[in-house]
Write a protein of this length. Structure first.
Lengths: 274, 385
């Protein structure tokens, strides 16, 4: 009897510890003082792991259709609100009109001159002019947003993914001023009326917090590829930048690639094959 | 001492009621913002800071400007500032109260604001800004109160106020330096990425703060029996003169560097502010108004006959305060966000609700200022009168 209750106590404690693991910052603090939280470090069986996650986008394979599929797959799976969505008046009565300048986006299309404003060439090859470029969070090695955040709500995981704790964010938007890529969005209003179908595998956000691409950390943990990779028809590959044998490194070795604003020293982890 | 604040003339109470009405209006609109989010503002994905942060930045300057009376009096024994030192310190208190409120109304999740202290982040400049601002606020409350109390009781202030006063000087420089560091340490914002930003902030602060103090001295002289002294105001106006010229000079340095080097990421912002960018020019008239006001103000203060003119001086000071407010309030923050890091142009203008909340915060600051100045002038009347 005694033994049994002890075991169930350990079970509960274990689950609680795993819960803590979801917040590396807290985990860091607790592991310092207790040392018992080590177990939470072991990842899921079958999880995709890397020393530093990176992404390679083959711009030759990106078409308008692919872009559309990618953006839709990502935004749908992460409950990103669409301000063009018609609001369900019964469920959300008296919803005020939207200001499209306050939109939320994780991954979207830009023209070359906007994606790479510092690579403005007067006589750029014509085909680049009309090419859609996908832009998203660069999961920078030296992320200015991580430095700027006054609460560590934005933090960098050991595997290089820049993540956010939506429940700790105070909505000061210092990270948005700090990001040189405009990758961050603020929830100027409750996003829920503008979600077509709420997906239960990812939390919705409340008003007043910042959000951005999380490189599908929740999918990598389950051994699945990010949504954008799956929808990209081979145009996007993610992998370990620090493993010379990885697919991303092979691609980087074989092609000429560029990164956004690399002169700023933020070391973006997203590469574009030209 | 606070009992002084509840005894006043009819005009005093009318003013208090007016301020309470402004605060009430701001409060009601804030409830809407609190419930529905910052959607009620003109801010956007591209211009993610607006009127609140701009006014915050301007008022940090007003607070730091108080040190321009503290230094001459306490470091150089400049006796003529004896009567107005307390006014500088109390102005700093009121300005800092407004600063704190502007930060709070700008937060998306104000109920979580203590997270800044629960999860201290030494790499974030915002963390240090909170420390110096709160430190300077506490210093000025303690110093101002203790010295006024001592004056009322006609005794020497406690010995420990001296080191606190000395400490408040680097704090004053610190609050505006750290506030400038919020902006100038960001790699992707060419407009702010300049080493002259902190000196420029300080120069405009040392102009706008004392200029506002001169205006307040006029008001005090008109509505109370306490006379801050013409000599003190004259010295203050010279300080304003030097500071506003330094501010204009620093701005000129900035404009030269970005325009002559012609690096697009840096030049685009100045281009937008002064001449318009790709047809967008909402701030152009404002910026030229600001430069004209500050420039004319500097000339008026340079020429002794004009500076000594008792009717012109408050007008000159108002010009400088308003010019600096446009420069820092409208230009400095919006200018950094337009064009965006992707070189899109999204313009910004505050909405009606945003302006009402802003006025509510100013109302609160003026209420604090009125009460503190009421105490100060009354005590000085009692003692000297």
């Amino acid at each position: 009897m005694m033994k049994k209750s002890k075991r169930s106590f350990l079970k509960v404690a274990g689950i609680a510890a795993i819960g803590l693991g979801a917040f590396p910052a807290i985990h860091f603090a607790s592991s310092d003082s207790h040392g018992t939280a080590h177990t939470v470090k072991s990842p899921n069986e079958g999880a995709l792991l890397a020393h530093r996650w990176g992404m390679v986008i083959d711009t030759n394979k990106i078409t308008d259709e692919v872009v559309e599929n990618i953006v839709e797959a990502c935004h749908k799976a992460h409950n990103v609100p669409d301000f063009n969505h018609e609001v369900d008046e019964e469920k959300y009565p008296k919803t005020r009109p939207v200001n499209h300048k306050q939109e939320v986006k994780w991954i979207w299309e830009e023209g070359f001159h906007y994606a790479f404003p510092d690579k403005e060439d007067e006589f750029l090859a014509e085909r680049f002019h009309d090419l859609p470029f996908l832009v998203t969070c660069n999961h920078c090695k030296n992320a200015p947003c991580v430095k700027a955040c006054p609460t560590q709500a934005t933090f960098k995981r050991e595997d290089g993914i820049v993540l956010m704790d939506f429940h700790r964010c105070i909505g000061c938007r210092f990270c948005m001023a700090a990001c040189p890529y405009g990758s961050r969005s603020f929830n100027f209003r409750d996003p829920r009326p503008f979600i077509d179908e709420t997906v239960s595998t990812f939390p919705t956000r409340s008003k007043g917090v910042v959000e951005k691409c999380n490189l599908c950390a929740e999918r990598l943990a389950k051994g699945e590829q990010p949504h954008c990779v799956e929808a990209s028809e081979g145009a996007i590959v993610v992998g370990d930048l620090e493993d010379p044998e990885s697919e991303v490194r092979v691609l980087l070795n074989e092609h000429y690639t560029i990164r956004r604003k690399q002169s700023l020293g933020t070391e973006p982890s997203v590469y574009y094959i030209m | 001492m606070l009992e002084i604040a509840i005894k006043g003339s009819k005009n005093y109470w009318l003013w208090i009621v007016f301020l309470l009405a402004v605060i009430g209006a701001g409060g009601i609109v804030y409830i809407d913002q609190f419930t529905n989010g910052l959607m009620i503002t003109g801010m956007s994905r591209d211009v993610s800071w607006g009127f609140y942060i701009a006014n915050f930045t301007f008022l940090v300057g007003v607070a730091a400007g108080g040190v321009m009376v503290v230094i001459p009096f306490y470091l150089h024994d400049y006796e003529k500032f004896h009567r107005i030192t307390i006014l500088g310190e109390f102005l700093a208190v009121a300005a800092l109260v407004m600063c704190s409120l502007f930060i709070i109304v700008d937060l998306g999740q104000p109920t979580r604001m203590l997270n800044v202290m629960l999860y201290p982040s030494p790499k974030s400049i915002l963390f240090y800004d909170m420390l110096v601002l709160q430190g300077y606020l506490i210093l000025n409350i303690v110093i101002g109160w203790k010295i006024l109390e001592a004056e009322r009781n006609q005794v020497e202030p406690p010995f420990w106020t001296k080191p606190l006063i000395y400490l408040s000087i680097p704090f004053a420089i610190g609050i505006h330096t750290v506030t400038a560091y919020l902006y100038c340490g960001l790699p992707g914002r060419g407009f702010w990425l300049t080493a002259i930003l902190a000196p420029r902030f300080l120069a405009s602060a040392f102009a706008a703060g004392p200029a506002f103090l001169i205006i307040l001295c006029y008001i005090i002289k008109k509505f109370t029996k306490f006379d801050p002294g013409w000599d003190a105001m004259q010295t203050l106006s010279k300080i304003v003169c030097y500071a506003i010229i330094a501010n204009l000079f620093f701005f000129l340095c900035e404009v030269f560097v970005v325009m002559y080097s012609n690096i697009p990421g840096h030049a685009a912002h100045i281009q937008y502010l002064l001449f318009g960018y790709h047809g967008y020019n909402a701030l152009v008239p404002w910026m030229w108004t600001s430069l004209t006001l500050m420039g004319t103000g500097a000339i008026f203060l340079l020429i002794p006959q004009l500076r000594n003119n008792k009717t012109l001086l408050p007008v000159t000071c108002a010009m400088i305060v308003f010019g600096a407010w446009i420069d820092k309030g409208l230009g400095m923050i919006s200018g950094g966000f337009v064009p965006s890091p992707l070189h899109h142009v999204t313009e910004y203008a505050p909405t009606g609700p945003e302006i009402i909340i802003t006025l509510g915060v100013y109302g609160t600051g003026f209420l604090v200022l009125t009460i503190l100045y009421k105490l100060a002038t009354q005590v000085k009347e009692e003692v000297h009168g």
